[in-house]
Write a protein that binds this ligand. Sequence first.
Ligand code: GSH
Length: 229
Amino acid sequence: MLDYKLYYWDLPFRGNFILLLLEEVGAKYERHGASDLYPERSLKIKNPGMAPPYLYECKSKTYFAQMPAILMHLGREYDYLPKRAETHTLALKTILDCNDVLMEITNFNGMAMWQKSNWEEFRYSRLPDWMKIFEKTGLEHGLKDGKGFMLGSTLSIADIATAALFGTMVYSFPQLNEDLQENAPHIASLCQRVEARPAIKGFLDAQRGQYGNGYCGGQIEQSLRKMID
Ligand SMILES: N[C@@H](CCC(=O)N[C@@H](CS)C(=O)NCC(=O)O)C(=O)O
């Protein structure tokens, strides 16, 4: 029996946050193109949402939009949420931080293309600060040399989200690997450990084999590549 249908493009960007968790828990899911719902049907579904990703849950016959809400829902369903109030809240905060970084690296969803001056401000000021925020959070709550996780001794949705953010970023733009190693070495190693988990590795190998280093697509990815290359 099918558990979920994910509506998103064949790009990792926001989709991988959900896909890595679905793979990790062994959920049965189908992938559908974003255009099956977006934009025409997005107002007509139960629990309408503005933009992909959308997750359809078969057992409740409901749709969920907003990547952080989808991850929180799956985290609760599969017991990947920290139990304590502080770390539970930090799990949501980590996912929201990830979504802010996605927004910033795409210059607010491609609202305008990157120019050298604002790109450099982002790459050498905002991005390192974001990396340090993840590093400090991890070190304060459970991340150690080669072991431990963002919010304790067990894997949670915060680790999945962190790997979906920075693992994907440095795979798509290897030039940023040095930035991550310098500002957040424990996060770099966490991403590698999460990406090496068997179900996740199988998925990523297949995705990367098929789609290469594609990131968010569109003109904004071209603009990003122009800045980084
Ligand atoms: N806050 C939403 C943002 C969704 C979003 O911006 N999706 C992008 C693709 S990753 C999109 O299709 N945007 C087009 C639009 O907003 O109409 C989330 O986290 O899911």
